[in-house]
Design a protein around this ligand. Structure first.
Ligand code: 5GP
Length: 198
């Protein structure tokens, strides 16, 4: 998605070879126009897959997920990372190691929000080692729901999450795929290479 790539080129900050900071348009300040376009793009890619609900994780997955939910006209559920006093009913839980915080969180969603009749689209801001996406898929699987696919805003394709999810049969759609963050420079997976791989 060119608009997103341009934003990453213009405003993304390479913290080190493994981490990209995008806090001026995704992770702290947010760009609603870009979010809207990303929602449209996710909706376009998954519109024929009978998706009934979107599942994301707080907090940075929520904005792109809600925009996709608006386009597809379906509810959006976000998994919580911390225990909530009001979230006491029957829960699905999974353990997720956080790439950025270097800690393991128990993520939860209430059982009342999805069932085996649901087809779930998982959305998140980044894909690195795949822990968040696998954890969300685990929640959907516990409900015996179908996972239509995983929509990612920025996939760091040099880290193993994307390959591992695809090897497990999940359809992963990323709006921008980064091949390297070496030398303080963002390199994208070339479109041609993408066509050859898929
Ligand atoms: P994974 O679970 O795939 O290892 O990492 C994905 C999660 O870690 C995302 O939910 C995102 O919050 C965070 N994350 C991973 N890599 C980056 C990165 O380079 N930049 C930022 N801002 N967040 C990241």
């Amino acid at each position: 998605m060119e608009l997103l790539k341009k934003k990453i080129r213009d405003e993304g900050m390479v913290l080190n070879e493994h981490v990209l900071k995008v806090d001026s348009f995704i992770n702290h300040q947010m760009d609603p126009v870009l979010m809207k376009e990303m929602g449209k793009e996710f909706a376009k890619r998954f519109k024929d897959n009978g998706v009934t609900k979107i599942l994301t994780i707080e907090s940075s997955g929520i904005a792109p997920a809600i925009m996709a939910g608006l386009e597809l006209d379906i509810p959006v559920i976000f998994a919580r990372k911390k225990k909530s006093l009001t979230l006491t009913d029957d829960l699905y839980t999974s353990k997720v190691y956080s790439f950025t915080k270097k800690e393991t969180n128990t993520i939860t969603v209430s059982r009342k929000f999805f069932s085996e009749d649901d087809t779930i689209l998982i959305i998140d801001d980044f894909l690195a080692n795949g822990h968040a996406a696998f954890g969300l898929a685990d929640l959907a699987n516990q409900a015996s729901a179908t996972v239509a696919g995983i929509g990612i805003v920025i996939e760091k394709a040099f880290q193993p999450g994307g390959d591992e999810l695809r090897a497990r049969g999940y359809r992963v759609e990323s709006l921008a795929r980064i091949s390297s963050l070496k030398h303080k420079t963002v390199k994208f997976v070339e479109e041609q290479k993408e066509l050859e791989i898929y």
